[in-house]
Write a protein that binds this ligand. Structure first.
Ligand code: PDD
Length: 287
């Protein structure tokens, strides 16, 4: 059975699903998105993703395309029609379709909603986690509102491509003061030389990762020490462990920075354990 997409109230075969050429998401990146991990056909971290979606839309004065309850039904129906158990759900809301003009359409138009689902081979991701991944560093060059999950991702695209070209999995943005902000599509963490977990605080110009937030709950539940404090690439290299979090990567050990190894270039015990615990919790609380 083929993939099915949801576009503005209709389900369509993936290859035939289309949006209007004057969709403001397409022309102006005037749109936000969310990505949910799917476990057993259910949405992981539902509350966190819905709350961030509503916040991103609110910051841009775009209306929720429907109530949270109705949207939940549509998301679930899209997953069901795709028969996907392990995977990702992508949702995008744009300001809508209007004749091209940078300012908002007046009167407002209906927001445009697109949902797609893709399968993930967890055996492949688990193998990647067992080996660990490399990251490269790149100067932070994004706008000042990275807290909004906007589809304007060109710096992230270029950063990720830089990583791919170097044979790495992720790129870490480094700000003017020399601190890692976050990854191109993930949040960045270390277990520092003293054994303390560290990740950038959310007052910084980063996306408030939902996986990050859920993992902080797991970490505190385990009684581990954690600090929301910046770290430099040099501190990452001197750290015991490093890892990234996100709906796509879940919790993924990082074993090198710019080609140089962290420790013995092997996933560490803390990241490995946190990955297992996060996945257990996400599976148990998915809806
Ligand atoms: N990316 N930082 C950035 C810049 C991201 O794009 C993402 C997620 C994260 C992690 O957020 P979360 O834990 O809520 O997934 C952090 C998604 C997965 C993507 O762009 O595909």
């Amino acid at each position: 059975m083929g993939r099915i997409a949801y576009v503005n109230g209709r389900f369509a075969p993936h290859g035939e699903a289309v949006v209007h050429i004057e969709d403001r998401g397409y022309q102006l990146s005037d749109a936000v998105y969310e990505v949910w991990a799917l476990f057993g056909g259910k949405l992981a971290d539902p509350e966190g993703h819905f709350a961030r979606l509503e916040r991103s839309l609110g910051e841009l004065s775009i209306a929720m395309p429907m109530s949270r309850a109705a949207l939940t039904l549509v998301l679930r129906e899209t997953v069901r029609r795709n028969r996907v158990r392990e995977g990702l759900l992508y949702l995008q809301v744009s300001r809508g379709v209007a004749r091209r003009d940078h300012a908002f359409p007046n009167p407002p138009v209906r927001p445009a909603l697109v949902i797609t689902v893709s399968a993930v081979d967890r055996a492949v991701s688990d193998a990647r986690a067992a080996k660990g991944v490399g990251v490269v560093t790149t100067p932070e060059n994004r706008w000042g509102r990275c807290d909004i999950k906007s589809v304007a991702l060109l710096p992230n695209v270029l950063a990720k491509q830089k990583a791919r070209a170097a044979g790495a999995y992720e790129a870490w943005f480094v700000d003017e003061l020399g601190f890692v902000t976050e990854g191109a599509s993930s949040n960045a963490w270390i277990v520092d030389a003293d054994g303390r977990l560290r990740t950038r605080d959310t007052n910084a110009n980063i996306l408030r990762g939902v996986t990050r937030h859920s993992l902080l709950d797991v970490i505190r539940g385990e009684g581990l020490e954690v600090e929301e404090r910046p770290f430099t690439p040099a501190e990452a290299l001197a750290a015991r462990e490093a890892f990234i979090t996100g709906a796509g990567s879940l919790v993924l050990p990082v074993v090198s920075v710019d080609g140089r190894p962290i420790g013995e270039r092997k996933p560490g015990p803390v990241a490995t354990r946190l990955r297992r615990l996060y996945i257990e919790q996400a599976r148990a609380t998915a809806i």
